[in-house]
Design a protein around this ligand. Structure first.
Ligand code: ZN
Length: 126
């Protein structure tokens, strides 16, 4: 089973709790109503589909319900990192383009900062 790290819940959860929400970091036009139908079609429907690392939006629908971004390899289906929505696109090492170059590499090696998890208080179920 594929486990996905939610950057808000700060834990890895089964993929069944998540939904892919498409490509991340898509720049929206400030004047979308003035765009031609062809340009709007490109913005709305046309996505790159590269072999290798892609940046996607995901939603933890059966958890915290929040959107976040992820870098994932389409060849291996491995998540390189996940990060909060609104955070800048992480720069990945050039070696990240090869499927064997990384395997669940922690974000501190990708210049992605994750907030430290709050320690559980006594008596709190984990
Ligand atoms: Zn979550």
């Amino acid at each position: 089973m594929l486990l996905i790290h939610c950057p808000y819940c700060e834990e890895e959860r089964p993929e069944l709790e998540f939904r892919n929400a498409g490509e991340a970091h898509i720049a929206r036009s400030a004047s979308i109503a003035e765009e031609s139908g062809e340009d709007f079609e490109k913005f709305f429907f046309i996505r790159s589909n590269p072999k290798g690392v892609i940046f996607e939006r995901w939603r933890h629908v059966h958890g915290c319900a929040r959107f976040f971004n992820a870098a994932r390899d389409t060849v291996t289906d491995r998540f390189i990192t996940t990060y909060r929505a609104g955070a800048p696109k992480p720069s990945l090492p050039k070696s990240a383009s090869g499927p064997a170059a990384y395997a669940n590499r922690p974000p501190d090696q990708l210049n992605v900062k994750r907030p430290r998890r709050k320690p559980a208080s006594k008596g709190e179920a984990k």
